[in-house]
Design a binder for this molecule. Structure first.
Ligand code: BG6
Ligand code: BG6
Ligand code: GLC
Ligand code: GLC
Length: 917
């Protein structure tokens, strides 16, 4: 009994002594949590450095954009070829990703050897060899006559500018083929493949093994957004927010970043962690000074690290009684698989003895215990270092998502991770300790990285095909300079037609005389009522003008006009208007006052004097009966009479463009054009009387309400009139009419977008081809959503939220497409406005015989005011098409009511002067 105890005591004492001895010797390799947290912080800083545009060139952790933007969504399908080069084994595969929805992947693969003379020989020979293996594989699998897309898993650092290209930055691990560094490996391989006339493959994607691993795992677990390799080499990738990736344009969504963390420390950042053993190992490697973090961690180096340590300990007399064998002196004699075997739970000690004996050593029991502990320390340090870097990535993900807790999955692969008995457990434990606020699932990639690479390829080939289709649609909205110049010149022709007596009746652009003969001169004064009907809001206003510029006081009330009134009878409409006026007068305590009134009426009216105007036809959302062909002033007067409560002196009928021009003209006398980009689209400008054949007299100027919204109604711009415009037109209140307006104004842009979205969905290019009832509901896509969606400050997530509010369930990619569609539609609108405006300013310049014209345009309308890019594009287009004109766009802050009051003031003065005469 005593002997047994003694024996046990002896054993545990022996173990303890050996462990203490090794611990002392490798003191520097044991990393405390404090140190790990410090390394984690350093790695976080390195990531930031690698992501920054200015700091990337000198960063050792390269943070390479991969152009992989989304994890698989299960809709991938097709048949693909795959190559997997750079890990411990080289494979060629055929991957069949199943029919939609079933998530079924079938793979057939074949390993090929990678002899040293090939991977360290001439670069072109390496790629010839790879192409030969591919050709051989296709032959044996009977694939020779199929054209298949190929995904290349290439596990080395590559700088990518697109998915199907990668410049090799440097070889790592065991590879060192000459003449490839700095070149695009996809073209190298393509060139080699072309030599085989009997096979036809298209390399669609280059992916790092970490990316392949992440994608493989994400196919089964959509939470997977990190991929880690702990194999021959070590590395990790993760999904980063585009807004943080300086090196790639765009802020939308996420992109996978290949960190290439193996190079962490190459700039000296880990010198305090590295030991003399690490330095010795590095000196004997293929790439001294490089991949210093990798050399402390990965499978290619762990065994060697153990060998160097054992040799040192033997030399110091701490092992094998100071004896060394020649095998122990030989580089590479201890491999990572040996380390793993020595650390096995039960057989470990026996394995150690066997391995050491095979190395020509005669280990004692104590030696075996010590050696086993060396292995533990070395592999533990490896796991610890990996954990620190991974913890940094997880923290970054959590912070990017602004979450207090992150739930995520890490896809894992690599022989060290897979065959080492303790490694995964240790790694997981440390990670969880370092980032307690992350719930991490580690998912082993059972099928390597090729399944993931096939997913990337599948997405790439689908995206390629879809992109072509989407581009085809968007191209319809992209106007060339020539097309815009053509619009400009046709608009100009229409202006002339409209102004001339003989052509006027046939002209689509009506060029209506307004009987407004001058812009404000500052002498206007008095108290006026104004109505503002036809834009988004109906307003009644009281305007007090004191003489002297800028001094105007306004009081107004907004009223809604219900749809049934807009589209009811004329009598109902005008009764409603008078009702609103009565409310306003009541509200202002003005019931008895007989004020002069200016009526902004934003529809085409043929005027014979300032206070007479026959409605030619309704536009936009109005369709009240018995109005067209009638005098609007008379209708208003009659309605006032019908009510028999108050009397008003209706002095002027004013289009909103004219009101806007006058409002702005009150501040800037150079303002001789009024532009509306709102519910409708229209423009007015000051024309020489001598050019206006419809009105007697040749002296001075008169404002012309162009009613350019009708431009194109004669088919003159049918070449840019798309199927979507046609659809919108067909569904409108006035089919065939106001075509230019329907391509440019707020009432229609949203509908155009909606028509495109419907078509793209039908073509399965959006919303996974699922047509919702919402999407087909007319009018859900208001133009204000365009303005919101196109705001640069808006993250993609917010775009998704807007779409969600509309009842459209979109993915990130959908949101990107929707935003592009909005952009294309609004851009075309702004450019068309630009072409129209260029036509008028050029006309004015030429009519006045000027080399250079300086002119101000008063602008109003919700589209102009709310859209983030509209005014810029409009301005750019005018500049380009009318380079000899200096056009200032001036936003009308006060609406057209003020302008209408100014016109009324002048008209009233004239009226009185006539009376006095
Ligand atoms: C394999 C992947 O499973 O693991 C490869 O398919 C990857 O793409 C490799 O390179 C990494 O591990 P190792 O140990 O082979 O380098
Ligand atoms: C307002 C003017 O500011 O803008 C109206 O006062 C004009 O007269 C309107 O019709 C145009 O914009 P929208 O977007 O309301 O049609
Ligand atoms: C090396 C390569 C890297 C790869 C890793 C794992 O670190 O540089 O690209 O991902 O090994 O194979
Ligand atoms: C419509 C009207 C026009 C108005 C414009 C802007 O085009 O026909 O008169 O100016 O909308 O509101």
């Amino acid at each position: 009994m005593f002997a047994v105890h003694l024996m046990a005591f002896y054993c545990s004492k022996l173990k303890e002594d050996q462990i203490k001895k090794v611990d002392r010797f490798l003191y520097h390799m044991r990393l405390s949590d404090e140190t790990l947290l410090d390394i984690m912080a350093r790695f976080q800083a390195e990531m930031q450095k690698g992501l920054g545009k200015d700091t990337n060139p000198t960063a050792s952790v390269k943070m390479l954009p991969t152009f992989v933007r989304a994890i698989p969504d299960g809709s991938e399908n097709g048949e693909f070829l795959s190559l997997d080069l750079g890990g411990s084994k080289f494979r060629v595969l055929k991957v069949q990703v199943s029919e939609e929805g079933k998530r079924n992947v079938q793979m057939e693969s074949q390993f090929y050897p990678t002899p040293n003379e090939i991977i360290r020989g001439n670069g072109s020979e390496l790629f010839d060899y790879v192409a030969d293996c591919l050709a051989d594989f296709m032959k044996t699998k009977g694939l020779k006559h199929k054209k298949l897309p190929l995904g290349l898993t290439f596990s080395f650092p590559c700088r990518q500018m697109k998915l199907e290209e990668g410049i090799l930055l440097s070889w790592t691990k065991k590879f060192k083929a000459r003449g490839i560094q700095g070149t695009d490996v996809v073209s190298c391989l393509t060139k080699a493949i072309r030599k085989h006339k009997d096979i036809d493959v298209d390399i669609l994607a280059l992916v790092n093994d970490t990316v392949g691993t992440m994608m493989t795992c994400a196919y089964d677990d959509p939470y997977c957004e990190v991929g880690v390799i702990i194999g021959t080499g070590t590395n990790a990738c993760y999904m980063e927010d585009m807004s943080n990736i300086d090196l790639v344009e765009g802020d939308e969504g996420r992109m996978c970043i290949n960190t290439e963390w193996g190079a962490f420390g190459d700039d000296g950042a880990l010198e305090d962690i590295r030991t003399e053993f690490d330095r010795e190992l590095d000196l004997g490697s293929l790439n001294p000074g490089k991949q210093l973090f990798e050399k402390m961690i990965s499978g290619l180096y762990l065994g060697e690290l153990v060998r160097i340590i054992l040799l040192k300990m033997a030399k110091a007399g701490l092992l094998f009684g100071g004896e060394k064998s020649s095998a122990l002196h030989t580089k590479g004699k201890i491999e990572t698989r040996h380390v793993a075997a020595m650390e096995k739970y039960k057989e470990g000690l026996a394995n150690t003895r066997e391995i050491l004996t095979d190395l020509g050593l005669e280990p004692s029991e104590a030696d075996c215990i010590a050696v086993q502990h060396v292995c533990t320390i070395v592999s533990f340090r490896s796991a610890n270092l990996c954990a620190a870097a991974l913890a940094a990535i997880l923290t970054r993900l959590r912070e990017n998502k602004k979450l207090a807790r992150l739930r995520t999955t890490v896809g894992m692969d690599g022989t060290l991770y897979k065959i080492h008995p303790q490694y995964p457990k240790r790694l997981h434990k440390v990670v969880r300790r370092l980032v307690p606020n992350c719930d991490v699932r580690f998912l082993l990639s059972e099928s390597g990285s090729t399944k993931g690479a096939a997913m990337v390829t599948a997405v790439a080939s689908r995206v390629q095909a879809q992109r072509k289709q989407i581009d085809k649609v968007l191209a319809l909205f992209r106007l060339t300079r020539e097309q815009l110049m053509d619009v400009q010149s046709k608009m100009r022709t229409e202006f002339e037609y409209g102004l001339k007596k003989d052509t006027h009746l046939m002209a689509t652009v009506k060029m209506l005389p307004t009987y407004v003969c001058g812009t404000p001169d500052g002498t206007e004064k008095g108290k006026f009522l104004a109505l503002d009907l036809g834009g988004t809001n109906f307003r009644v206003l009281l305007v007090k003008i004191r003489s002297g510029r800028r001094s105007v006081q306004m009081y107004n009330k907004i009223f809604t006009i219900p749809l049934e009134i807009m589209q009811g009878t004329g009598e109902e409409l005008f009764d409603h208007i008078v009702q609103c006026i009565a409310d306003f007068l009541d509200y202002m305590g003005l019931k008895g006052a007989q004020l002069p009134l200016g009526f902004t009426f934003s529809f085409p009216c043929r005027q014979t004097s300032i206070d007479k105007g026959t409605l030619i036809e309704w536009t936009k959302g109005f369709k009240a009966t018995d109005c067209e062909g009638e005098d609007m002033v008379d209708m208003l007067r009659e309605a006032i009479k019908r009510r028999n409560e108050f009397d008003l002196d209706i002095v002027a009928l004013v289009n909103d463009t004219v009101g806007t021009m006058m409002t702005c003209g009150h501040e800037d006398p150079n303002c001789e054009i009024g532009l509306i980009a709102g519910t409708g689209s229209n423009m007015c400008y000051m024309e020489e009387m001598k050019n206006i054949e419809l009105v007697e007299g040749d002296e001075g100027k008169m404002c012309i309400n162009t009613e350019w919204g009708a431009f194109g109604d004669n088919g003159c711009i049918d070449d840019i009139w798309t199927q979507y415009d046609k659809k919108v037109d067909e569904g409108s209140l006035n089919p065939g009419k106001q075509r230019y307006e329907k391509m440019t104004s707020g009432m229609y842009l949203g509908e155009i977008v909606q028509q495109i979205l419907i078509d793209l969905t039908k073509q399965s290019l959006l919303f996974r081809g699922q047509m919702s009832e919402r999407l087909q509901t007319r009018g859900i896509f208001e133009t204000k959503f365009l303005s919101q969606i196109e705001s640069d400050r808006l993250a993609l997530l917010q775009v998704r939220r807007i779409l969600q509010q509309l009842g459209l369930d979109s993915t990130c990619e959908d949101s990107i497409v929707v935003k592009e569609v909005c952009g294309a539609v609004s851009r075309r609108a702004a450019q068309l406005y630009g072409a129209g405006l260029a036509a008028v300013v050029e006309k004015r310049r030429q009519d006045q015989g000027l080399e250079y014209l300086k002119i101000t345009v008063g602008v109003d309308g919700t589209l102009y005011k709310l859209h983030p890019h509209f005014s810029r594009i409009l301005q750019e287009t005018v500049k380009e098409l009318a380079p000899q004109c200096d056009v200032t766009l001036m936003l009308s802050e006060d609406g057209s009511g003020k302008g209408a009051a100014l016109i009324t003031a002048v008209a009233k003065r004239l009226q009185q002067a006539q009376k006095e005469d």
